[in-house]
Design a protein around this ligand. Structure first.
Ligand SMILES: [Ca+2]
Length: 346
């Protein structure tokens, strides 16, 4: 189960059932990297946005791995070239957008009573889903044991109302819904990637490998992505250097010069999600189906998410592996969900 489903599930189940608890309570460089900036009350060295040119070409999209039936059949896709952010949009970058536009994210907005019949309006408090380590060993069947709807959790308060962005300027912005990511992209003169663009970029020219970086989990004995080590969800060893989210560019770039295409945080794509799309996807510059459909939640409008997060491992959520797909309701977020942008040309 990925973040979007988690959130809508949580809102529909946990929020309604446990609303009282919630009441009390988140190639081609366009600009150069490493300039100084001032965010909030502290001066920091901010990694400025940089895009790389992804030359057009053809690739095999999807995976034959039986664990991912919605990523089948594997099919050839040809794409035009495009520019892509070299890393996920950071808190510092998102803050520039909010300062310029006074944008209020979905997680900061009051929930619409029409979407939650039977729940008192005063109980529909803004918030978002936060991964919370259970105090005891749990079954992996019920994500509500490690996902909590936290009132006051949003991009500025990633772990809840008492948390801040202090020291997190170069971390990916999280609790970002599709609508939030789309608004940022428009402001920045960019757009969200198609699912095909995202996968082509993530493959980095490597083709049919188990992971985007190759066939070995730890090439040369080193972790090359921020995922989860240990006994999920109670015991994260942080063997890869990070128990939670990592700053962008903490691991090596792929052969296209892109960082963290796998692990760290899920990334929104522009395509609507349908599990059967690959069976009839166009071979040239596909942009997704005309509408979404997920049999698990047929009434939810969902877009594609890709790449997995710091909570993925081979024990749970293996969707950091090459070709696997994710999905999320367009107004939902969580503290392992972010995005990056693309554009057609400078
Ligand atoms: Ca990790």
């Amino acid at each position: 189960m990925n973040s979007g489903k988690i959130v809508s599930y949580i809102i529909q189940a946990a929020l309604i059932m446990c609303i009282a608890a919630c009441k009390n309570r988140q190639a081609e460089t366009i600009t150069s990297a490493g300039t100084k900036g001032n965010v909030g009350a502290h001066a920091v060295k901010i990694i400025k946005p940089k895009m790389v040119w992804i030359a057009g070409g053809s690739f095999e999209m999807g995976t034959a791995d039986p664990m991912f039936p919605d990523a089948q059949p594997v099919h050839k896709v040809t794409l035009k070239g495009f520019l892509m952010d070299e890393h996920e949009v950071t808190n510092a970058e998102f803050q520039e957008f909010v300062k310029a536009t006074n944008y209020i994210t979905i997680a900061e907005q009051k929930l619409d009573p029409k979407d939650y019949p039977g729940v008192p309006a005063e109980s529909l408090v803004p918030g978002s889903a936060v991964f919370t380590v259970p105090g005891h060993k749990v079954s992996l069947e019920n994500p509500l044991q490690w996902w909590q709807y936290i009132a006051g959790a949003d991009w500025k308060h990633p772990l809840g109302p008492n948390s801040t962005l202090s020291g997190l300027d170069n971390y990916p912005a999280v609790h970002i819904s599709y609508e939030d990511a789309e608004a940022y992209a428009k402001w920045a003169g960019k757009r969200l990637p198609s699912e095909a663009e995202w996968e082509y970029a993530a493959q980095g020219g490597k083709g049919n490998q188990k992971y985007y970086w190759g066939n070995e989990l730890k090439p040369g004995g080193k972790w090359v992505a921020n995922i989860y080590q240990g006994d999920f969800p109670t015991s994260n060893t942080g063997d890869d250097g990070f128990v939670g989210i990592a700053p962008v560019k903490s691991y090596p770039a792929n052969d296209f010069g892109l960082y963290d295409m796998e692990g760290n945080v899920w990334e929104w794509c522009n395509d609507f999600y349908r599990s059967d799309y690959y069976s009839h996807s166009p071979s040239s510059n596909p942009t997704g189906p005309d509408e979404s459909y997920d049999a698990d939640e047929p009434n939810a409008v969902k877009r594609v998410q890709r790449g997995g997060s710091f909570l993925c491992s081979d024990q749970y959520c293996v969707r950091y592996r090459r070709g696997s797909r994710g999905k999320g309701e367009v107004r939902s977020g969580s503290n392992n969900l972010g995005f990056r942008c693309v554009k057609d040309s400078i």
